[in-house]
Design a protein around this ligand. Structure first.
Ligand code: UTP
Length: 256
């Protein structure tokens, strides 16, 4: 059973400056809803109701967003505008939110390791809220949960990208294990390869289901040349043991 979803949300959001100077990237809206709320709703749609959010300095608005706002609520109570709060109130009431702060932004791998105490010794989902996933019937995470139930190992969501974009992604190589649901056994992963070195055009996107042994692996991963701990390096160790399945999901991803 996957009960918890980890949201790494501590990064500086440098590429979005100045918008992200005082507002967390994960709180930037698409229409009226912050990215992170879309992610939480996707987890809820997959039957996951414990949200473990890795935040950092300057990210307090995330906690405020997923909490009651008594003054605002009493101001709007009984007025025609009350309905504007309905959606977020439902989200707040449907989930438990737990938080931990990443003290130094040492990369996605380190952010996931920072969440270890919120997760414990059980498999868990990870959503990177800046990859917004739209779907028709089943949320991407629901689809991945089904794949997890079948293979009982780490599952990563992948999509085919143009070959000239490989240097923006983690790229996998692997072999097809099930044509009906587009699953591959991963044999290798390379972080941000130049097109000429890329093993394929199948890129990892921001949805994972990870087995808890990933924490031990992450503890021993050496930082890359930018001082960041890459989740791809940790997953590669699992992949070498045949314990990572890549899943070409049904839906559309938007890079936010
Ligand atoms: P990104 O690389 O997209 O976000 O990480 P970033 O680091 O904020 O962006 P830039 O490079 O500065 O522009 C993907 C997700 O991982 C989180 C980010 O908050 C984002 O949601 N993250 C990244 C952490 O929580 N901690 C980190 O040290 C790095």
């Amino acid at each position: 059973m996957i009960k918890k979803c980890l949201f790494p949300a501590a990064g500086y959001g440098t590429r979005f400056l100045p918008a992200t100077k005082a507002v967390p990237k994960e709180m930037l809206p698409i229409l009226t809803k912050p990215l992170l709320q879309y992610g939480v709703e996707e987890a809820l749609a997959a039957g996951i109701d414990i949200m473990a959010i890795v935040t950092g300095r300057g990210k307090r608005s995330i906690e405020d967003h997923f909490d009651n706002a008594f003054e605002l609520e009493s101001q709007l109570s009984g007025t025609a505008k009350e309905s504007y709060l309905k959606e977020i109130k439902t989200v707040i009431e449907s989930a438990t939110f737990t938080y931990v702060r990443q003290r130094q932004m040492l990369g996605l791998g380190n952010a996931i390791l920072t969440g270890e105490h919120l997760i414990g010794d059980e498999p868990f989902a990870v959503i990177l809220a800046d990859d917004l996933c739209d779907y028709d019937n089943k949320s991407v995470l629901s689809q991945m949960k089904e794949i997890y139930n079948k293979y009982q190992c780490s599952i990563i969501a992948i999509e085919e990208i143009p070959m000239d974009k490989t240097s923006n992604y983690g790229v996998i190589s692997g072999y097809l294990v099930d044509k009906t649901n587009d699953t591959y056994r991963v044999t290798n992963m390379v972080e941000k390869p130049e097109p000429k070195n890329a093993p394929s055009n199948m890129a990892i996107i921001g949805r994972y289901i990870l087995t808890p042994d990933i924490f031990n692996i992450l503890e021993n991963i050496k930082p890359d040349k930018n001082g960041e701990i890459q989740i791809t390096d940790a997953l590669n160790i699992q992949a070498k043991e045949g314990k990572v399945i890549a899943y070409k999901f049904d839906g559309k991803r938007f890079d936010c």
